[in-house]
Ligand binder design. Structure first.
Ligand SMILES: Nc1ncnc2c1ncn2[C@@H]1O[C@H](COP(=O)(O)OP(=O)(O)OP(=O)(O)O)[C@@H](O)[C@H]1O
Ligand SMILES: [Mg+2]
Length: 234
């Protein structure tokens, strides 16, 4: 098998005795948007946390650029270029957008320009406190932070959850732009977003009860929408 940028191989995860992920495998190539769809509680967030090395015991392998990262700590994984946007966006609520961005940039020189290029409205939000942003804006700021860290892979946990339809489109087209600029993305969404997802994802997978029950490249998936919907119960 050709080596992928990120290979998730036969991952098992547990909370105590509860076996939450079962032999989850996903190939992620450079420039992919790999969509992982599924209903509530099937293990989507646990998958991202497992990749990121957060609090889950696991079996299996996670290879990033051929290096096994599956026993590394979250900050070590982040340092290698994998950026995690949790479902609550993970911003510091009492701090301004500007300070949140500055923190992401760390010691690196920090310019707002590349962000404006992707999301021009960011300029008007810089002095706003993060907890006063709309849900959609919060997700966008969080995604923009990944650009300041120089990350290569984005793990996004339901970036359009609870976001109004216009903003859903906006966020997805932003992801498409990032993809075209070389970002690689694992995108968790609920099954109800299938239509939108088909427009941007390069690979589609469906999780059910901690297992990948469907996987297909976009072209194949387009011909198998009925099967996908059946798995999603939508
Ligand atoms: N910290 C935890 N301790 C124990 N069980 C947990 C913990 N976190 C999640 N679980 C359980 O693991 C399973 C998978 O949860 P997970 O959050 O990964 O699902 P999800 O697909 O992200 O769901 P949602 O769509 O609601 O976000 C669920 O049954 C959940 O109750
Ligand atoms: Mg979740």
């Amino acid at each position: 098998m050709a080596s992928s940028l990120l290979t998730i191989r036969s991952l098992d995860a547990f909370y105590g005795r509860a076996h939450v992920l079962h032999k989850v495998s996903l190939p992620v190539d450079r420039g992919d948007i790999v969509a992982v769809l599924g209903r509530n509680g099937v293990g989507k967030t646990t998958l991202l946390k497992s990749i990121m090395g957060i609090e889950v015991i696991r079996r299996g392998e996670i290879l990033f650029r051929d290096e096994d990262i599956s026993r590394l700590k979250p900050h070590e994984i982040a340092k290698r270029g994998i950026f995690y946007v949790p479902d609550d966006a993970g911003l510091f609520p009492g701090m301004s957008v500007m300070d949140n961005l500055r923190l992401a940039a760390g010691k690196k020189n920090f310019s707002i320009e590349p962000l404006e290029d992707i999301y021009p409205e960011i300029k008007g939000l810089l002095n706003r406190r993060a907890d006063l942003l709309s849900g959609g804006e919060r997700k966008i700021v969080s995604i923009l932070r990944s650009l300041l860290t120089g990350s290569e892979v984005l793990l996004l946990d339901e970036p359009t959850e609870g976001v109004m339809p216009l903003m859903v489109k906006r966020i997805h087209s932003m992801l498409d732009t990032l993809k075209r600029r070389g970002m690689t993305i694992i995108l968790i969404e609920s099954g109800t977003k299938l239509q939108h997802i088909m427009g941007i994802a390069t690979k589609i997978s469906v999780m059910s009860s901690g297992r990948i029950v469907y996987f297909g490249e976009r072209e194949k998936a387009e011909g198998e929408l009925d099967i996908i919907k059946k798995h999603l119960f939508v």
